[in-house]
Each structure stands twice: as structure tokens, then as C-alpha cells.
Ligand binder design. Structure first.
Ligand SMILES: Cc1cc2nc3c(=O)[nH]c(=O)nc-3n(C[C@H](O)[C@H](O)[C@H](O)COP(=O)(O)O)c2cc1C
Length: 175
């Protein structure tokens, strides 16, 4: 949150009157790398979408809450609404795939504003299972809004890192 806040209030490359917003969700930072790059290259504004109640730091607990929210169609309240959408023509919307769909805060974000008249350009990272039904979720939560073809990238899975570290620590314990 700290870094996002800095980027939002920073001046210089952002330039007053920017018409492009880069809004994103991230847990482990893969999607943030893309968001930060877009922000710099496009001199766009940047907003990290976060739920009012942060997701657990523990990976398994996070997976569990995300699954529950997905299954219940829950749209978690957001910590902040972010910049007023009215000021932008294009929204680059970034997120990781959670449970083969969009993170619940993305659904909350799309519901929070009227995106008609804007263009949404999704950028998506996933851990190797692809984008799931996320694109149809965007269409259903932003009806009538053109969704451009997404940028999709496979990226590191925190679960794999976690398992590797557990293996390493088990070796240390056994030695
Ligand atoms: C709660 C949770 C659920 C996930 N579910 C999937 C999934 O269904 N399919 C997949 O390919 N990757 C899944 N992943 C892996 C992430 O999509 C992938 O590592 C992504 O690049 C993480 O982006 P981030 O670093 O911006 O958080 C999941 C990760 C988390 C935290």
C-alpha cells in the first residue's frame, strides 16, 4: 500500500490531465511489476485496488477466503475507491487469476463505477492454468463496456515458492 500511495501522489512522469488509469490487484507482486511498467511507459495514473479487510498474509488462508468469496459471489468493500473514473478514457485493469477467475475485489471495483464510454484493457497473470472465466466476469460486471483483448502472462506461483522453502527447511531440520 505504501508504494502504491507514493506512486499515486507522485508528480513528474504522471503529468496533470493524464487520461489513462492503471488499476490493479496483486498479492505477491507479479501483477504490480506490469502495472508499474505501464504506469511509467504511459505516464498514466496508478491505483492499487485493495479490500477494506486485507486478505490474510498466510497463503492457504488467503486461498480459502478467495474461494469462499468467489463461491458466494461476494463483492468485498474496498479500502478506497481510487481516482474518479470520469477523468479517464482508458483503464488498464490488472489482476492475478484466483481460483480460475477474477479476484473478488475486481468485481467490487467494476460495480463501484460506471465504466460506460471507457475502454478496458485487461492484463492478467496466472500460475499456469490460464485465465479461467475471468473475461466473461469482466463483461458481465461492466455491461456495454468494450473489453479489449487482454495481455496474459504466466508468472511465478507463490505456492511453489512456499513448497520449495518448506523442503529446504525440512533439510535443515534433518541435518
Ligand atoms: C488465492 C490464489 C488463487 C490462485 N488461483 C490460481 C488459479 O486458479 N489458476 C492459476 O493459474 N493460478 C492461480 N494462482 C496463482 C496466481 O494467479 C499467479 O501466481 C499470479 O501471477 C499472482 O499474481 P500477483 O503476484 O500479482 O499476486 C492463485 C494465487 C492465489 C494467491
Amino acid at each position: 500500500a505504501g508504494t502504491a500511495a507514493c506512486a499515486e501522489t507522485g508528480s513528474g512522469s504522471q503529468g496533470a490531465g493524464s487520461r489513462t488509469l492503471v488499476a490493479y490487484v496483486t498479492r505477491s507482486g507479479n501483477t504490480r511489476v506490469i502495472a508499474d511498467t505501464l504506469q511509467r511507459v504511459l505516464a498514466a495514473d496508478l491505483f492499487e485496488i485493495r479490500p477494506a479487510q486485507p486478505y490474510p498474509l498466510d497463503y492457504e488462508e488467503h486461498v480459502e477466503r478467495a474461494r469462499r468469496e468467489r463461491d458466494q459471489g461476494y463483492e468485498p468493500p474496498l479500502a478506497e475507491r481510487g481516482p474518479d473514473i470520469a477523468g479517464y478514457d482508458t483503464i488498464f485493469l490488472g489482476f492475478p487469476i484466483w481460483g480460475e477467475t477474477t479476484p473478488p475485489p475486481i468485481r467490487s471495483y467494476l460495480k463501484a463505477y460506471d465504466f460506460r464510454g471507457k475502454i478496458i484493457r485487461p492484463f492478467i497473470t496466472h500460475g499456469s492454468y490460464g485465465v479461467g472465466n475471468s473475461l466473461s466476469i469482466l463483461t458481465s460486471h461492466a455491461p456495454g463496456v468494450p473489453i479489449e483483448p487482454p495481455f496474459v502472462m504466466e508468472a511465478d506461483q507463490e505456492r511453489r515458492t512456499l513448497n520449495e522453502i518448506k523442503g529446504w527447511l525440512a533439510e535443515i531440520k534433518a541435518s
